[in-house]
Design a protein around this ligand. Structure first.
Ligand code: PLP
Length: 358
């Protein structure tokens, strides 16, 4: 099997797996303690969590706190719901459902336009009552990198907070300033089921779930030492290998662009994370292609949109017709993808497309 779905999730790094095992002990071991217990086993688990917190924080700007959550979705909910009431929440039209649906559920959503290249530019107005702006750093469907520094500046000038969903950027490129940044471990070779919200010093949040008061009262619930240790190890490896990983992705991208030269790229070529190749062929039947290439793991649009039968909201927002959006595929690759993987997958996909008469 060839795995080309790195935006949906990434393979667990061996270092992350090793870091987790100690905290998955059964009755014979000492790693299963509750990190909030005062005894020695509890304190050991707590120390592992604090080491991981430092490692996760090392990929964020200075001057903020890391709050562990169960996912980026939870981090985003805490940021949007916990940062204020009333007013508008201005969000780019290509945000993840975690942002779009939360702003919508609060009845506060104002959508920001996106250009044909996938960029959400700051030359548009936000409503006067905007309390929060949310523009992601790297889009999960088309990989386009957004002008986050400018959005942070615009939010400040508008007396609003700025939330950046950096799920697809964190650990790959530098995560730039914002007031709050949401990330998820499983997108950088960590385990699923753990995420974090980085909160700039001085930004006040209210709890959105009540309980034991963990994470400074902002995210009640017992923390998972195993998941968090895995997250910390993954962040540590990502920091050490960032340049090497990026160079590898660039080589894969260049080869993939040659092999898929007959396809049209969706979104900007340059303002883009090059581990995301979202391409289309007019008239392509994506379901048939996926069934003909069963050994290649790739997506139609996004993992969330595929299967729903609805065209992707991101591809629609950049001006594609329903038919164009539905004839698009997303190939995602990274640290553990080889050039041979790309070549074999391209061979299979191009043969299958040819069989459709394309
Ligand atoms: N934001 C983006 C850009 C994503 O790609 C994802 C995951 O697909 C999420 C948020 C949600 O992350 P999680 O799976 O941790 O809830």
């Amino acid at each position: 099997m060839i795995y080309l779905d790195y935006q949906a999730t990434t393979p667990l790094a061996p270092q992350a797996r090793d870091a987790m095992l100690r905290w998955l002990d059964g009755p014979e071991g000492t790693g299963f303690g509750n990190p909030h217990s005062a005894h020695r086993m509890g304190r050991q688990a707590r120390a592992a969590i604090e080491l991981a917190r430092d490692r996760v924080a090392a990929l964020f700007p200075a001057g903020g706190q890391v709050i562990f959550t169960g996912s980026a979705t939870e981090a985003i909910n805490l940021a949007i719901r916990g940062s204020g009431k009333g007013g508008s929440v201005s969000v780019s039209a290509i945000e993840h459902a975690a942002v779009l649906d939360t702003a919508e559920a609060l009845g506060q959503k104002h959508e920001l336009n996106v250009a044909a290249d996938g960029q959400c530019n700051t030359n548009q107005d936000v409503p006067n009552d905007t309390r929060l702006i949310a523009v992601m750093q790297v889009n999960n469907e088309i990989g386009v990198v957004q002008p986050t520094v400018e959005w942070h500046r615009k939010a400040k000038a508008s007396n609003a907070l700025y939330l950046c969903d950096a799920v697809q950027a964190y650990g790959k490129i530098e995560v730039t300033g914002a007031d709050m940044i949401a990330v998820s471990a499983h997108k950088l070779h960590g385990p699923k089921g753990v995420g974090a919200l980085w909160v700039r010093d001085g930004v006040r949040l209210d709890e959105v779930q009540t309980g034991g008061g963990q994470e400074g009262g902002l995210r009640s619930g017992t923390l998972s030492p195993a998941l968090i240790a895995g997250f910390g190890a993954a962040a540590n490896v990502a920091k050490e290998r960032m340049a090497e990983d990026a160079a590898h992705v660039e080589a894969l991208w260049n080869r993939a662009r040659e092999l898929f030269a007959d396809w049209t790229l969706n979104g900007s070529e340059d303002a883009r994370w090059h581990g995301n190749l979202n391409i289309r062929r007019d008239g392509l039947d994506v379901n048939r292609l996926m069934s003909d290439c069963r050994d290649v793991m790739f997506s139609a649009g996004s993992a969330c949109a595929s299967g729903s039968g609805r065209p992707s909201h991101v591809l629609k927002a950049i001006g594609l017709s329903d038919a164009q959006a539905k004839s698009s595929i997303r190939l995602g690759f990274g640290r553990y993808t080889s050039l041979e993987d790309i070549e074999q997958a391209a061979r299979q996909i191009n043969v299958a497309a040819k069989e459709q008469g394309l």
